[in-house]
Design a protein around this ligand. Structure first.
Ligand code: ADP
Length: 501
């Protein structure tokens, strides 16, 4: 229609920051490769047309003074006239349609209108492509986010198709079933659930209990417990129908809900009740018993007996008050409003006082080795004494009768590290994390015979954290070795303040 031999669409390449030919016809590769227009190029006819948003033409490249620098290239390529039509786009980068004729030619209004029509079609096509790519990217981004969310769940999530085959499973399912998710997808759902049940202590029984949910007769499965990541986890299976937007069923979802935290809370609640009833009742019973005995009008007690009964009453009252204090401390720690009253003090004194008040008393078993030049620490004396007393009492209670208990301290970097080590049976690997939880006691003979509420270490940890330190169990060949750090930083900060003054 226009007798043009060559054409091109030139557009801004947003990544490179310059204009280049995005598509062309009839022009040589060499010429196309050389079209690299800088956005600040004032000579470029394409940029001038885009800037004015108007068609622009050069009717003769040989005579137009604005084309002088590009004349040689035009000659080599074999064109004499050019018409540029800017493309009207909103979302696509600025672009223009260019046509080239081999002869000098003044493009008429009619020709310009005709080409503008073509340009509009091209603009629409480009705009559609850009919008499509954009929504595709948004969709991909949304899918990626959703995938990350589902993969990070601590619950297992499975989607099965209407034939009972898994079509999606998140990472947790793979971990629970000990199977790569790629293998899970395509497997029968029952096979995957059976793999998980296999880990329970009684797989046959668990499988029987799961029949109803697996046969689609129930939506809630029973609770099961299995060892996972070094501790017992409680899971509950919940099935639900999955429908598409139009309500057509596409399969069934299975949520393996990790209810370990709920179980823990239940355990803590019932432990609290049994502790309160047992640990409070025992001393109360002896207080009541001895007080009643002393008050009995029909017996005259000699002074020694009276003294003995009264000291038992006093000891039992101390035991009660200790327990109540522990419960109060624990609730302060858990509420996060523990205040630390720091005072400069000597660690040796704190150890001595803690050992004196320990019940049972370590007596001769305690061996304290401290470096001669131990810096003073700035701590809440009462709290650190409680920590030391608890660790000494535990070592005394849980390590048999005659073995020594060693306390040592050392300065390591900016901390003082205190270690309380015994030579008893130590703590089994799988219990080492849990003993720091409140109301947790290791289920063995020692814990059963020794009195305690399972609060000591939880309180010690809370107190040490409040001082900015850490409490941990150190690896030890024999016995348990508890260590805690107290930052010496407080002193440093004081020193720095002084230096600044
Ligand atoms: P409690 O001593 O009142 O039971 P703790 O929180 O102090 O509570 O200790 C939790 C559990 O950790 C104890 O019940 C015991 O099973 C175990 N434990 C603590 N210290 C030792 C130790 N030195 N040796 C062996 N077991 C220990």
């Amino acid at each position: 229609l226009l007798n043009v031999k060559m054409s091109a669409i030139i557009a801004l390449d947003e990544k490179q920051g310059n204009y280049r030919a995005q598509t062309s016809r009839g022009l040589s590769k060499d010429y196309i490769n050389k079209i690299l227009i800088d956005p600040s190029d004032s000579q470029s006819i394409t940029l001038r047309a885009l800037r004015d948003n108007e068609p622009l033409q050069i009717s003769d490249t040989e005579t137009n003074p604005a084309y002088i620098t590009r004349r040689k290239r035009a000659r080599a390529e074999g064109f004499r006239s050019i018409l540029v039509i800017p493309l009207k786009t909103l979302y696509a980068p600025p672009s223009a349609l260019l046509v080239f004729r081999p002869d000098p030619h003044v493009f008429t209004d009619q020709e310009i209108n005709l080409l503008s029509n073509f340009a509009n079609h091209a603009a629409m096509a480009i705009e559609n492509a850009v919008l499509y790519a954009r929504s595709d990217m948004q969709l991909q981004e949304q899918t990626r986010r959703l995938e990350a969310l589902i993969q990070s769940l601590s619950d297992g999530l499975i989607l099965e198709d209407t034939g009972g085959h898994v079509i999606y499973a998140n990472r947790r399912v793979g971990e629970l079933a000990d199977m790569p998710t790629s293998e899970i997808v395509g497997s029968k759902i029952n096979k995957v659930i059976e793999r998980i049940l296999q880990k329970t202590s009684d797989p046959k029984n668990a499988k029987q209990k799961f029949q109803a949910i697996l046969n689609n007769q129930d939506i809630y499965g029973p609770e099961i417990s299995l060892p996972f990541e070094g501790r017992t986890h409680w899971l509950r299976l919940h099935a639900f129908n999955v429908n598409d937007n139009h309500g057509v069923p596409i399969g069934r979802g299975q949520l393996l809900h990790d209810i370990t935290a709920d179980r823990e809370l239940d355990r803590m609640k019932s432990n609290l009740i049994s502790t309160v009833s047992h640990e409070l009742r025992t001393p109360l019973a002896s207080i009541k018993g001895y007080a009643t005995t002393l008050l009995a009008e029909d017996v005259e007690w000699d002074l020694d007996s009276q003294h003995e009964f009264l000291s038992i009453i006093s000891d039992e009252a101390d035991r009660l008050s200790n327990l109540v204090n522990e419960l109060l401390d624990l609730s302060r720690i858990e509420a996060g409003n523990l205040t630390v009253k720091r005072q400069m003090c000597n660690l040796k004194d704190l150890i001595d006082k803690a050992a004196q008040h320990a019940e049972p008393a370590p007596g001769e078993r305690l061996r304290v080795t401290l470096p001669s030049k131990l810096p003073a620490v700035e701590v809440d004396q009462r709290r650190i004494k409680v920590v030391l007393r608890n660790l000494i009492e535990n070592a005394t209670k849980y390590s048999g009768n005659e073995t020594p208990i060693h306390i040592s301290a050392a300065v390591e970097k900016n901390d003082i590290i205190v270690r309380v080590k015994d030579e008893g049976p130590g703590i089994p690997d799988q219990e080492q994390q849990r003993i720091f939880e409140s109301f947790y006691r290791v289920e063995n003979g020692l814990a059963r015979t020794a009195s305690g509420a399972g609060l000591g270490l939880a309180i010690c940890q809370g107190f040490i954290h409040a001082h900015g330190g850490q409490l941990w169990l150190e690896p030890s060949v024999q016995g348990a070795c508890f260590a805690f750090s107290l930052p010496l930083k407080q002193e440093k900060i004081l020193g720095k303040d002084n230096a600044n003054k």
